[in-house]
Design a protein around this ligand. Structure first.
Ligand SMILES: [Zn+2]
Length: 294
């Protein structure tokens, strides 16, 4: 696919898809696809951005880890290009779909979680759009948009689905999975979930003043949380049982309808959060224009 230098569409809503997103793309579960473009950015090319129409509502969809199978692991996703491209497309609200592991034993595979906080344990990723500029002290009292979180929780409640609204997500570097000692450490630090994708993505989205909220479905218990034999040749080498896999697959199938319901609830609703004012101080000082795109 060739990259586009002009912005192909202006759509305020986007979903960034996690592991398993390619199944939705290839299974046509996201509605009618109207267009797909790779965008050029100062940080390289974005992942393909798909314009979908689901029940007469347009949204953009970006699959972080590949289009037809899992072909790009988390440390190698170009987070800056992806967020920059969505900002170019006029996106204001992002639902960040991801499938983390479970540290808090009260959570179960297949549960939905709308995390409220994050611990960044990544080490080798580009974390800011504003290198060498003096811009970047951005408060993180609510690292995820509370307005989208509320809309997500409302839809989960209406559908009587099991979910958790208080959860701390720890983001590790990967691509290898964590050791038992690392999971114990993250638990002591207060993490309920562990994954590899939300940092620095969430922080880059805040730098672009986007509303960004993760919507997680839980895939498996993290290492050492439950006894699990090593099973050669299977997904995660036995960390997920067959019963858990069925619960997870069922959760993924619900995803398109849930997302559509959230977007329906947010349509026409003004942004009432502080996300769009994250850089106000730098704009007031004249260090950035109203549109902060580098
Ligand atoms: Zn917001």
């Amino acid at each position: 696919m060739t990259a586009s230098n002009t912005v192909p569409f202006k759509v305020p809503l986007a979903v960034m898809g996690g592991s398993g997103a390619y199944h939705l793309l290839t299974g046509q579960a996201l509605g009618r696809e109207e267009a797909c473009e790779v965008l050029d950015t100062p940080y390289g090319q974005s992942a393909p951005i798909h314009l979908f129409n689901f029940a007469n509502r347009e949204f953009l969809f970006l699959s972080r880890h590949g289009e037809t199978d899992y072909s790009l692991t988390a440390p190698f996703v170009n987070y800056r290009a992806n967020i920059h491209a969505l900002k170019q497309c006029g996106v204001e609200r992002v639902i960040a779909w991801s499938g983390p592991g479970i540290i808090n034993p009260n959570f179960k595979p297949g549960d939905f979680v709308v995390p409220h906080d994050i611990i960044d344990e990544t080490r080798n990723r580009e974390t800011t759009f504003f290198k060498d500029t003096g811009v970047g002290f951005i408060r993180q009292n609510q690292p995820f948009c509370p307005q989208i979180a509320e809309a997500l929780q409302g839809v989960l409640r209406e559908n009587a689905l099991p979910y958790h609204d208080q959860a701390v997500y720890a983001c590790t570097e990967g691509p290898r999975l964590e050791t038992p000692a690392e999971i114990r450490k993250l638990g002591i630090l207060g993490a309920d979930l562990v994954g590899m994708t939300l940092a620095p993505e969430a922080f880059l989205a805040r730098e672009m003043e986007l509303c960004y909220t993760p919507f997680c479905y839980l895939t498996n218990y993290a290492e050492g949380i439950k006894p699990r034999e090593f099973k050669k040749g299977e997904l995660f080498e036995g960390m997920q049982t067959d019963a858990e896999k069925k619960q997870v697959d069922a959760a993924i199938k619900k995803f398109p309808a849930l997302i559509n319901a959230v977007f329906e609830n947010l349509q026409g609703v003004e942004r009432a959060c502080d996300c769009s004012e994250a850089l106000r101080r730098y704009k007031n000082k004249g260090m950035l224009g109203e549109n902060p795109l580098p």
